[in-house]
Design a protein around this ligand. Structure first.
Ligand code: GLV
Ligand code: MG
Length: 349
């Protein structure tokens, strides 16, 4: 058992004090790049101003033969490329891999002051976060870092989902969670072969017509990910951390990508991964509140005065609770507008 009094003490002598709150920074897209690919790395300076977060990926998608080159490439980016106010994250290899120890020791020592968040894949339970928490404190102390690195876990195993609340609350470093639909589908033995998105076989069908057995019946495709995303959002909000949707693998299907991102946005996620430049603009559009919605929310807030009571506006009832919903939208709009002058103009701020 850990006393609440100890929760905010550094886990190694000389390590920085743990954070007490996770600051909200615009995080509409986590753009993945493979740091072992020189052509992709050359594009990083141009990409940086277009995205909220750049992530150097060391895990899945990087062949075993390139693991060391990817790690070295990320160190080089961290040391040499000016990313402005764009966050720099990494996804290290999984905790059961032979690479992760060198990933963490090298990255913290070399570019620990440049990295904002370390993404840990395939997190199964709070014990995985405790391991990373202590190790990072030791490495931070050794490197003389003054700010603690934050940790983001990918929810991509059945046990991870079953332990999601405990994972979110395992350390003050926990910054957020992403849904990893590909690994999660494999681990759960779901019979899908896609990276995220829906499946035409997962549906409900209208009852048959009792008078006409051959009459057509409407079918509605259901959302395979609804339960997991909703559960992830509740766990994250409970612990004051941020939920994200993960990858959408069908790069050409920008419409379905936008649908998947929007479902996540509406359920409470703050952003999603972008795996290709076409997904950057989709995430920007989806995870930024619509200007008309912001204008409506501002009208409700203004009409509600001190935010208590009930009023009628355009034939609809508004009260304390709907006013709070509107404040969520307007607060997000202001946060994003600080980073995005085009949005600020669209919102009229
Ligand atoms: C992401 O890592 C996934 O497995 O979907
Ligand atoms: Mg994965």
């Amino acid at each position: 058992m850990q006393s609440p009094k100890d929760f905010f003490k550094p886990l190694a002598v000389g390590a920085p004090e743990p954070v007490r709150d996770i600051p909200f920074r615009p995080s509409r897209m986590i753009h993945f790049f493979p740091p072992s690919n020189a052509k992709m790395v050359a594009k990083v300076p141009d990409l940086a101003p277009r995205v909220d977060i750049l992530l150097g990926n060391l895990e899945d998608g990087v062949p075993a033969s390139d693991k060391e080159a990817a790690r070295a490439g990320l160190v080089e980016v961290g040391k040499t490329v000016d990313l402005g106010s764009t966050q720099l994250w990494t996804r290290v290899n999984s905790l059961d891999s032979p690479w992760v120890l060198d990933d963490l020791t090298t990255l913290v020592a070399e570019i620990g002051d440049r990295l904002d968040v370390i993404m840990i894949p395939k997190v199964e339970g709070p014990e995985d976060i405790h391991y990373v928490d202590r190790l990072l404190a030791q490495l931070e102390a050794k490197a003389g870092l003054t700010e603690p690195l934050l940790v983001h876990a990918i929810l991509e195993t059945a046990r991870g989902v079953a332990s999601v609340e405990a994972i979110c609350g395992a350390s003050p470093r926990m910054q957020g969670l992403s849904l990893g639909p590909a690994d999660l589908a494999a681990n759960r033995r779901m019979k899908t072969t896609r990276v995220g998105g829906g499946h035409p076989g997962y549906l409900v069908r209208q009852d048959p017509d009792p008078d006409d057995a051959d009459a057509g019946r409407t079918v509605h495709q259901q959302d395979l990910w609804h339960y997991t995303i909703a559960r992830m959002v509740d766990a994250c909000v409970t612990h004051g951390i941020l939920p994200f949707y993960g990858p959408f693998g069908d790069i050409a299907d920008t419409t379905a990508c936008e649908d998947q991102f929007r479902n996540a946005y509406l359920l409470g996620c703050v952003g999603a991964w972008s795996l290709h430049p076409v997904q950057i603009d989709i995430a920007k559009r989806v995870f930024s509140p619509d200007p008309a919605e912001v204008a409506h929310a501002q009208r409700v807030i203004e009409a509600m005065g001190d935010g208590t009571g009930a009023i009628m506006l355009d034939g609809k009832m508004e009260d304390d609770a709907s006013c709070k919903q509107c404040k969520v939208v307007v607060e997000l709009a202001h946060n994003l507008a600080e980073r995005d002058p085009e949005l600020a103009a669209a919102y009229g701020f």
